[in-house]
Design a protein around this ligand. Structure first.
Ligand SMILES: Cc1cc2nc3c(=O)[nH]c(=O)nc-3n(C[C@H](O)[C@H](O)[C@H](O)COP(=O)(O)O)c2cc1C
Length: 191
């Protein structure tokens, strides 16, 4: 049996992304879990950013942002960036998170996040009351200690990265569980 609830905004699991806008001198961090890759060529990412906060206007102004994937280690800092505003809070100063200069874009990346994407705004629009920003990924940073000896970008250990997972609806943070199968492969059992 199932039951229905009409239109709701339940979605899980979601990444916990820390979006940085601004410059090395004056940067802001906002926690965003509504994130999805949009196309593979060129690699492009979409983020949904509400109009009430400071970050939407910052992205429109600077046309660049970085997406930094939070690990469980910085759960408190990540939550803080989602309950305070850059309008009146210096979130880098308050959290102690460390800025590192990006290679291509003006907004810095966050040292404590194991995966960092530098993005250039290529499209923006409104869906209802929310800004939808599409950012072309122009550079990807991964902590070398999360990679195997081959150093290939796909050789990361997800256990070492330990991403902070957000459960929308329940408003909970979780960590990743055990591997249960190989994607694009296990379904062949039904071929
Ligand atoms: C776990 C978590 C996930 C969030 N996801 C989103 C999101 O996807 N989109 C959004 O607009 N706000 C999201 N928020 C809320 C913003 O982070 C929050 O409004 C923030 O205070 C805005 O900061 P700013 O004014 O510095 O931009 C989330 C907050 C938390 C704690």
């Amino acid at each position: 049996m199932k039951t229905t609830f009409g239109p709701q905004r339940l979605m899980f699991p979601c990444p916990t992304g820390l979006i940085v806008t601004g410059t090395m001198e004056k940067a802001n961090i906002v926690t965003i879990s509504w994130i999805s890759l949009l196309t593979s060529s060129p690699p492009t990412i979409g983020i949904s950013v509400g109009t009430k906060g400071y970050s939407g206007s910052m992205i429109k102004k600077g046309s660049e942002f970085t997406v930094n994937i939070a690990s469980v280690d910085i759960m408190v800092e990540a939550d803080f960036c989602g309950i305070t505003s850059g309008r009146d809070t210096d979130k880098f100063a308050r959290t102690g998170l460390t800025k590192i200069e990006s290679k291509i874009v003006k907004p810095p990346i966050i040292k404590e996040c194991p995966l960092n994407l530098e993005c250039v705004l290529v499209s923006s629009g409104m869906f209802g009351t929310t800004n939808h920003f599409a950012g072309k990924i122009v550079e990807t940073h991964i902590d070398t200690d999360k990679l195997s000896e081959t150093g290939d970008h796909k050789s990361f250990s997800i256990e070492a990265i330990n991403p902070l997972i957000y459960i929308g609806g329940a408003r909970e943070y979780r960590q990743i569980g055990k591997k249960v199968g190989d994607a694009y492969t296990i379904g062949k059992n039904l071929l």
